[in-house]
Design a protein around this ligand. Structure first.
Ligand code: DX5
Ligand code: ZN
Length: 215
């Protein structure tokens, strides 16, 4: 699988979010990673459906919406209506993860499940065959600019082995947090094919060079 680069707008200039999204597209982004935070599941509050709807027309690139929120099942339809192209929920935020995964699938969207640094990959084994994407968090979610947690590479290899064992070659393996030109080669080698990058892209002036350096 070719490497997909998904800049996270959490690190973009919120005062001109639409322009930042256009700039990321111009610079070669494949997806736009939209970090939704509710201030409960994670200690930060970002944006929700109204902001996503406001910037939807800025690009045709897929909005890869990462819901770092409690009880995502209560608001999934709002994110879908706002323009999400794919939705990732956290295993730790769902009491009925199988039901919520299938709700998203029945709406026709690709569905991902994210696990935090201390959550084992084995949690996902009962639903791996239902997923389009697995997100291995490589920082504790909530903020951009944190350091990559090295043990994530062990989890990545465990996930890749579990997918290979089941012949699930089409499932995207996504990494999020502390991805930069130093960690990207290690991450790709460990089996990820979708790299989310916030600061490594939006903190740079030359975003095209920043994205190219991650591939
Ligand atoms: C973590 C978010 C990440 C974050 C990545 O809380 O889910 O997407 O924005 O930012 P960087 O790439 O700067 O670590
Ligand atoms: Zn994210």
């Amino acid at each position: 699988m070719t490497t997909i680069i998904a800049p996270s707008i959490l690190s973009a200039n919120f005062a001109k979010l639409g322009d930042e999204i256009k700039d990321a597209e111009r610079a070669g982004a494949d997806w736009i990673h939209v970090d939704v935070m509710d201030g409960h599941f994670v200690p930060n509050l970002t944006f929700g459906p109204p902001v996503i709807a406001a910037v939807r027309s800025a690009t045709k690139l897929p909005f890869d919406v990462h819901l770092m929120i409690e009880r995502p099942e209560l608001s999934l339809s709002d994110y879908i209506s706002a323009g999400a192209d794919r939705i990732t929920i956290h295993a730790e935020a769902c009491v009925h993860l199988h039901r919520t995964v299938h709700f998203i699938k029945e709406k026709g969207l690709p569905v991902g499940v994210a696990i935090n640094p201390a959550t084992p990959v084995s949690v996902l084994e009962p639903i791996l065959q239902d997923l389009d994407l697995v997100l291995i968090m490589t920082v504790n979610p909530g903020f951009g600019g944190q350091s990559f947690i090295p043990y994530s590479l062990v989890k990545l290899r465990q996930l890749r082995a579990a997918l290979d064992e089941r012949g699930l070659d089409a499932v995207h393996v996504q990494v999020d947090g502390g991805v930069n030109r130093e960690t990207a080669p290690l991450i790709r080698e460990a089996g990820a094919n979708v790299l989310v990058a916030g600061n490594a892209v939006f903190a740079e002036n030359d975003r095209a060079a920043a994205i190219a350096a991650l591939r």
